[in-house]
Write a protein that binds this ligand. Structure first.
Ligand code: ACO
Length: 274
């Protein structure tokens, strides 16, 4: 039993039964080595609530071990219009409170809530998987950050990325700022966030926000093709290589060389150790 399964059986994990996910507006399907998470509230442009983020965290915790590729997509015209704007009203989202109620609570409580929400995004970078965001239409605020949480972004030609938070008096706090800076550089990240302007497909491709731009009707096929390419390489080598690539920025060239040697020694042992 994996640690995640143990936690789930112990009753501490999120309820991610299909019924509960449907209530929240998420579908989760596993087909062999590919898992697909679909934000499924198209009538509300896949607006996200606190329950969305805890459910994402729950999916990450209980992800079946055989999964190597995780696709994150949105049903309908938009990937996600960001946080559910009811969170900004005094009434909030039924059963989930609002920012007004959070503001009355202590700072420590609020920071704890943010960390819980961020857990829904952070697992998408695990070395054991490659995550692909399939993004069409609007990806605003939390929607943009969810796309940024993934390793790769394949986008439709109608994509509209927008980091709306600063325009609303907020900061992006769902782990999106670091990948944004790493992808596009500090100056462009400042430009995109502090103007809250929209980044369209051509620019997204040019500045490194998107790996691939395809016609809207071709999005699912392009994601399927990329998943197949990713699954064509050796699983353990892929995990070790992702670990190396992820660590590269934080190491000197010399240190990276050492890390490569260590990973390769383990590979050689596994392949030829007998
Ligand atoms: N929260 C709650 N409901 C939403 C949200 C949202 N973020 N976005 C859209 N909806 C709802 C609309 O209220 C509308 O509901 P209704 O049919 O019951 O009236 C429905 O979704 C469709 O929305 P439209 O605006 O009619 O759809 P359209 O395709 O014309 O526009 C767009 C889409 C551009 C995304 C627009 O809905 C919008 O600007 N939404 C708000 C975006 C936003 O400010 N998000 C917060 C970012 S900050 C953060 O995420 C932390």
């Amino acid at each position: 039993m994996t640690e995640a399964q143990a936690r789930q059986r112990g009753g501490n994990a999120e309820d991610i039964s299909a019924e509960r996910l449907a209530e929240i507006g998420i579908r989760f399907e596993v087909d062999g080595e590919i898992a697909t998470i679909t934000l499924d509230r198209p009538d509300k442009r896949n607006a996200q609530t606190f329950a969305t983020w805890t459910a994402l965290a729950g999916i990450g915790e209980s992800l079946p071990e055989q999964v190597r590729v995780v696709v994150v997509k949105g049903e309908g015209p938009s990937f996600s219009a960001g946080i559910d704007l009811r969170m900004f009203t005094p009434e909030g989202v039924p059963g989930q409170g609002s920012f007004s109620s959070a503001a009355r609570g202590g700072d420590a409580d609020f920071e704890h809530s943010i960390r819980k929400a961020q857990a829904g995004f952070l697992w998408l970078r695990r070395p054991e998987i490659v995550s692909i965001a399939a993004v069409q239409g609007h990806a605003i605020g939390a929607g943009f950050q969810l796309a940024l949480a993934c390793d790769l972004r394949i986008v439709a030609d109608d994509v509209k990325f927008c980091m709306k938070e600063p325009a609303l008096g907020l900061v992006p706090d769902l782990t999106g700022t670091k990948p944004l800076v790493e992808l596009v550089g500090l100056a462009k990240a400042i430009d995109i966030c502090l103007t809250a302007r929209t980044v369209h497909a051509e620019e997204a491709m040019r500045i490194g926000l998107a790996e691939q731009v395809v016609a809207r009707d071709d999005l699912d096929r392009a994601v399927r093709d990329k998943a197949a390419q990713l699954l064509s390489t050796n699983r353990d080598a892929a995990v070790a290589t992702k670990r190396l690539l992820q660590g590269a920025r934080g190491r000197t060239l010399e240190e990276q060389g050492v890390a490569e040697g260590l990973e390769q020694a383990a590979r050689i042992k596994a392949l030829f150790g007998g």
